[in-house]
Each structure stands twice: as C-alpha cells, then as structure tokens.
Design a protein around this ligand. Sequence first.
Ligand code: FAD
Ligand code: UDP
Length: 378
Amino acid sequence: MKYDFLIVGAGLFGCTFSHLATKAGKSCLVIDKRDKPGGNLRCENIEGINVHKYGAHIFHTNDKEIWELVNSLVPFNRFTNSPIANYKGRLFNLPFNMNTFHQMWNVTTPSEATAKINSQRAEALERLNGREPVNLEEQALALVGRDIYETLIKEYTEKQWGRRCTELPPFIIKRLPLRLVYDNNYFSDNYQGIPIGGYNPLIEKLLEGAKCRMATDFFSEEFRQWRDLATTLVYTGPIDEYFGYRHGRLEWRTVEFKTRVEDVPNYQGNAVVNYTSRDFPFTRVIEHKHFESFGNTVYDNPHTVISEEYSTEFAPGMEPYYPVNDERNETLANDYRKLADEDKDVIFGGRLADYRYYDMAPVIRAAMEAFKKNNNIS
Ligand code: FAD
Ligand code: UDP
C-alpha cells in the first residue's frame, strides 16, 4: 500500500500533522527512532506519577483555537506554573513581581518597589550613558539592577548557558517581565494546564487512525526509496542530518536529567524550584507529582519523583534540546533552510527541522499551517 504521507518523527509536530491528515481522509505512516511516540512530551509512569522524561512541559497559549483543539482530545487540569528560586537558602517567587520585591527589599507597595528598582538601575544606566547594552550582564543591570541580577540571574544564567553573562547576547533576557502586582503566574497567556494523566493520552489521540512504527530510523536502508512508500514526506528530524551534514553540523545545548524516587510524599512543595546560585551544579529541581496533584492530595501517594536538571554542552549521541543562538549556527541553519525550500516533495517542520526553539502551542499551529499549505487550504 502507498501512503499519502510518510511522517518521520512522532513528536508533537508529526502527531498533529497525522491527526489533521487522518481527519481529512488521508493515510499516514508515522515512524520514530525512539521506541515510544511523543517526542519530548513523552511521560513515564514511575510510582504512579507521570514523569516528564525529557524536561518539564507546561502547556500555555493565547491561541484559542489550539486550546480548544487539545481540550477536545483530552481534559486539562488547572496547573499554573509559579516557580520558586532558591539562592543560598533564601526563597524568592518568580517571575519578578511584588512578592519577589517584598522578599528582596521588604517593600510592600508598588510605588516603594518602583523607587527601589529605579535606584538599583541608576548605576547601570549611568555607566551605559545612552548607549545600548552589548551583553546580558549590562542588559540585566539596566533592567532590574544589581540585587536581582546577582541573586536571581547571574549564576543561574551562567550555569544554563555555560558561558559568562558578559559573553552572552542581551536578547536572552530582554523580555524579562517585571510585574508590580502580587502575581506568581510565570506565563502571561490566557490558557494554561497539563493534560490529566500526562501527555501520553494526548499523543495517542493524535495518532488515532495512523499506522505507527517505532524504533525505526528514517536513515536506515529500507527508507532509501521512500517515494515507493508514500506520496509526500513530512520530515521532523534534524535538518543537517537530512542533508547529510553537507554544510557542517549544527550545534545544540542539552540538558541531563538525574531522576530519582524519594520516599517522602512531598519533597519540595512545588513543581519547579530554580537553584540560582552556583553552589548547586544543577539549574533546577522538578517534582513531577505537583503537575497533577494539588493541595493535600499530594499526600495520597507516599512517594515522589524528582529530577535535577544539569545544563550540558552537546556531543553526538546526546539529545539535542536548545538551538545555539549565535551567528555561526544561524548562518548554517539558513543554508540548510534554503536547501529545504528547494525540496518541493518534502514538508519540513518542528523544532529539529526548523532549528528553532518552539513551545508546544506554536508547534501545533505550525503543523496546522503546513497541512493547510499542502492541501491548498487558505
Ligand atoms: P520532537 O518532540 O523533538 O520530535 C521529533 C521526533 O523526531 C523525535 O521523537 C525524534 O526521535 C524523531 N526523529 C528524529 N530523527 C529521526 C529519524 N532519523 N528517524 C525517525 N525519527 C526521528 N514547550 C512548552 O510549550 N512548554 C514547556 O514547558 C516546554 N518545556 C520544554 C522543556 C525542554 C527541556 C525542552 C527541550 C522543550 C520544551 N518545550 C516546551 C518545547 C517542546 O518540547 C517542543 O515544542 C516540542 O517537543 C516540539 O515537537 P517536535 O515534534 O517539533 O519535536
Ligand atoms: N533566568 C534567570 N533566572 C531564573 C530563571 C531564568 O536568570 O531563575 C534567565 C536565564 O537567562 C534563562 C532565561 O531567563 O536563560 C529564560 O528562562 P526560562 O526558564 O524562561 O526558559 P527555559 O529555561 O524554560 O527555556
């Protein structure tokens, strides 16, 4: 049988594309080199807790159509991300809001907080003397001043990116929200939550009606003649690999997760705790049960599962997570994007093929647009 689509990669892009195509009466063969579908959304049940194996995933969006689509497939809970920062044992709420300013300076009103922030920024603005910040340190000092920079930004950012803040581009924290209200919600989107039961049921729903083959690498011999198998290829793997690395290899930043079961019902009282000092080698600790159980229901399970996140330089064989935002990689990615544009039989999509960091909702939107374009739907 010849399929309408061969979809390489059962991540969110591939699964969404498969869902839309199947609904439109098309046939899809979805393959993935991993042994389970879902890409980086995949959860693993450990001690009755859905563990986000490839990093904490919180669904958030302002896009009503996307929110309605995912909710039509699986129910979502009311999870709201409100991370805590731990700096040498002192705790602060994130993102920077009135709670943080109170914890930092003991101010209680927005006007007191504004006066304090302005006095903190003055030193940096004077040093800049009208010119634009040229690195992340200058940018952060000009935005929030020394106390917040040194307590909550500097050492965390250096652990995350493996480089000094004076060597990082300013844009990484340009949109750092400063809120003069008591609001610990990390995201500003209208819709937020986690699928009840984790992400695997969402993936299963999206793949309904498609033929799936896991533990199957597109670059193995049997797919050399993929045109005999399907009319159109949807490729969501790394773009440089597709073109045989002919211009060179794209670089990535990766994260290693050290996951363990703790024999306590409640380890840290919150899903996400950032460790913002360099005293701890990890950037943050995730306690997975808090994504799906709230209030005292966390005590229903006597165990908990936590993951420490270690930000690491990428080497072949590791999972590619974050594109590296520098000139060399952007130029290289553009060279590959040009090759992809010329290849009219193939739809390239998702974070690996686009070499872009995408949240989940934009990935679903991109898959919708790719499907519409392929079917000449406006
Ligand atoms: P992927 O999920 O990577 O899927 C690509 C698939 O292709 C993989 O399964 C891979 O095995 C397969 N593949 C690759 N090459 C081949 C091959 N040769 N043959 C067969 N299969 C192949 N987004 C949010 O909205 N909220 C969050 O809180 C959030 N947290 C994140 C945390 C981390 C640490 C990371 C890295 C990302 C996070 N994201 C978050 C983003 C989210 O993970 C992505 O939007 C989403 O996974 C993208 O889906 P995708 O299909 O493009 O890629
Ligand atoms: N950041 C920081 N301190 C924190 C959290 C974030 O300085 O406690 C900075 C850091 O430079 C990071 C950026 O903000 O690279 C974006 O962080 P976020 O957690 O929003 O992104 P993610 O790591 O999930 O991609």
